[in-house]
Ligand binder design. Structure first.
Ligand code: ATP
Ligand code: MG
Length: 409
């Protein structure tokens, strides 16, 4: 991408009401645009980061046999009424709209009800099971506190996976595969060493469900961890009874703040029973389908990574999700001519700063935007038949010969 071909601009100031670091940095660097509290647009660079995150998640889920779909956002109240979750007294974050013809619809805050209802059309026999289906979908939630930038949106992107099984054992086996896939995903995203699977409340078979919490100073959750971080607990389950249950009595625990980037949940019959999602078993007996659900906050992840990997100059993207690998600057007539040559054919990995601006401004923007490597080709570097490379993360600068640059970069 050429900077002269895009409307994207870096901003000197973040939006006035943007108090969160992730929101401020991403706005200033031209990745997102704030519409109002908790509502953001994703600009070309931001969209590329989102797509890179999605692709990593997609690859790991497809590996364990999951199939991708895209469900509707508009919700028929009926299935939600059957589970008791349409009433505002039960779920207080609904966005609902009245139809001019009468009746009401909701904007999906999650998809357990519609996916369970939908699968009644596709699951009839034990031969249809197991099934694992997921989507990347915009969810709507009228969150009270929407002050954390894209960490908490009123409109946000979630990956939600639902699994369908004939037995508890089969559900348990798949649940373990998702746990492993989630560890892979967070490791590939560069936050494996600060993201922990935690014990959380709300289990159906056992006392717990599990969450994936990334330790982060501005996270909204509080967790407790033991010395080697082999046991991490959410605040609501941090008590003597649970510690005894986990064999951790006597161990000392510390408190940390964290952001929930994902969760996994054995639903059992929570939705399949009230909605009547059944199948015929080998003996032609009618049985209820076992279900599990597994979420990841895709847009929240982008915010968490922006918070984690940034310094006083701007963003510092891990290479796997950076929108482009290289930030290219040409200086001087010959430098620009050579930069043009380098750019040609590499449009998908190079962000080319071909604007008519001073090098100092371009360097500052390259640091704000946070691409992994900056390449500068100037008359000076060309006099030594080389280009100058700077690593955004370490700040290290070195020269590579032009031959190597064109061959290996
Ligand atoms: P939280 O406790 O943070 O409100 P939740 O328990 O409501 O999260 P789920 O309904 O399980 O979350 O959603 C699955 C995932 O979606 C969460 O793990 C989180 O990463 C993400 N998520 C939830 N709410 C938001 C939001 N308002 N904005 C951005 N991401 C969100
Ligand atoms: Mg919530």
């Amino acid at each position: 991408m050429r900077l002269t071909n895009t409307f994207v601009k870096t901003l000197r100031e973040a939006p006035k009401d943007e108090t969160a670091k992730n929101g401020a940095l991403l706005s200033r660097a031209g990745y997102i645009h704030k519409e109002m509290a908790g509502v953001y647009d994703y600009l070309p660079l931001g969209l590329r980061v989102i797509e890179n995150i999605k692709n990593i998640i997609r690859e790991e889920l497809n590996k364990i046999g999951c199939e991708e779909i895209l469900m509707s956002t508009l919700q028929n109240p009926e299935p939600w009424e059957k589970t008791g979750r349409f009433a505002d007294q039960e779920v207080d974050i609904w966005f609902k709209t009245e139809l001019s013809s009468g009746g009401i619809m909701g904007l999906a805050p999650t998809h357990e009800e519609p996916v369970t209802e939908m699968m009644k059309s596709y699951i009839t026999s034990y031969k249809d099971l197991p099934l694992y289906i997921y989507q990347f979908q915009t969810k709507f939630r009228n969150e009270l506190r929407a002050k954390s930038g894209i960490l908490r949106g009123r409109e946000f992107l979630m990956k939600d996976l639902y699994s369908f099984h004939t037995s508890e054992e089969d559900l348990n086996d798949f649940y373990a595969k998702v746990e492993e896939a989630y560890h892979q995903i967070f490791a590939r995203l560069g936050i494996g060493d600060c993201t922990y699977e935690t014990f959380a409340s709300g289990g159906i078979f056992s006392k717990y469900s599990h969450e994936f919490q990334t330790f982060l100073p501005v996270g909204e959750d509080t967790v407790y961890y033991n010395t080697d971080k082999s046991i991490v607990l959410n605040k609501e389950v941090y008590n003597d009874e649970v510690l005894a249950d986990l064999g951790a009595t006597g161990e000392s625990f510390e408190e940390a703040t964290a952001a929930e980037v994902g969760n996994i949940f054995k639903l059992k019959f929570k939705y399949s029973e009230p909605l009547g999602l059944n199948y015929n078993d080998e003996n032609n007996e009618v049985k209820t389908v076992y279900m599990g659900c597994y979420g990841i906050g895709v847009s929240r992840l982008m915010g968490v990574i922006a918070e984690k990997f940034s310094d006083d100059k701007g963003l510092v993207w891990p290479e796997v999700i950076a929108p482009y690998k290289y930030y290219l600057v040409g200086i001087g007539e010959k430098g620009i001519a050579e930069a043009e040559k380098f750019y040609s054919g590499r449009e998908d990995i190079v962000l080319y700063d071909d604007r008519d601006k001073r090098p100092g401004e371009k360097f500052a923007d390259s640091e704000l935007m946070g691409l992994p490597l900056r390449i500068v080709i100037s008359d000076k570097t060309l006099s030594e038949n080389s280009a100058e490379i700077t690593d955004r993360k370490t700040g290290e600068t070195w020269r590579v010969g032009l031959g190597e640059l064109f061959e290996k970069f």
